[in-house]
Design a protein around this ligand. Structure first.
Ligand SMILES: Cc1cc2nc3c(=O)[nH]c(=O)nc-3n(C[C@H](O)[C@H](O)[C@H](O)COP(=O)(O)O)c2cc1C
Length: 205
């Protein structure tokens, strides 16, 4: 009996560690790319209204999800090395976005939004979701250009987030500012994983 209960408990804990996202539904937004470009702007004030799982699913797919049968992504990457890893920081913890499975994998139970915000821009921790863009330089081997490629690849993902958020009626801002040491530790990053940008996303107020 006790063993059975332990097994059920461990299964349910395990289930919470991976959150399967609903299939992304681009029909959620009808705004054209040109209108999204016309309306894109940075927002630095967020209400605490949560994003639905459908919204998060579409946002992550648009940011850096798989858009072709061969596993390539919505954002281009140098030599298709797919070095960009997206993290999702929320009140209930932090997750790594697995584009192949279109799911979230928990990396921390801590609310890391204060580490994303840092001391100088506390508004960022008010957003229900903070996306964090990391480039893994190991994907480029020992190439001297790894840092450049990583930063460029991060820029594409950042612009995807801006445009998708705009088209979905959400607010965001790209930020290089963050408490890198605390965030890298919280996310369990190694030295080769470069913390490049973050995007608080939510409803503007
Ligand atoms: C690489 C990069 C880093 C940025 N870092 C920050 C930041 O740390 N904090 C912030 O409030 N905005 C940051 N921004 C947003 C810019 O300040 C913003 O894009 C700029 O003021 C132009 O405003 P707009 O996005 O509304 O056109 C950053 C933008 C980029 C592209």
């Amino acid at each position: 009996m006790i063993l059975c209960m332990a097994a059920v408990l461990s299964l349910s804990l395990h289930a919470q560690d991976t959150i399967k996202l609903p299939a992304p539904d681009p029909a959620q937004s009808t705004m054209s790319v040109m209108d999204a470009l016309a309306n894109r702007h940075s927002v630095r004030s967020f209400s605490d209204k949560a994003l639905s799982t459908d919204q998060l699913s579409l946002l992550l797919w648009a940011a850096n999800g798989i858009n072709r049968e061969d596993g390539r992504l919505t954002a281009p990457t140098a030599m298709n090395r797919q070095d960009i890893q997206l993290y999702v920081c929320r009140k209930d913890g932090a997750y790594s976005y697995d584009a192949k499975q279109h799911c979230l994998k928990r990396v921390s139970t801590e609310d890391l939004r204060p580490a994303v915000a840092g001391d100088r821009q506390p508004f960022a921790k008010e957003a229900p979701v903070c996306l964090v863009i990391v480039s893994d330089s190991r994907k480029f081997g020992n190439s001297a250009a790894a840092a450049d490629y990583g930063r460029i690849d991060a820029g594409y993902v950042s612009q995807n987030i801006y445009l998708a958020a705009t088209a979905m009626g959400l607010a965001t801002v790209a930020r290089a500012m963050m408490d890198r040491e605390r965030l890298a530790k919280g996310l369990g990053l190694v030295d080769e994983q470069m913390l490049l940008l973050n995007h608080p996303v939510g409803y503007g107020k």
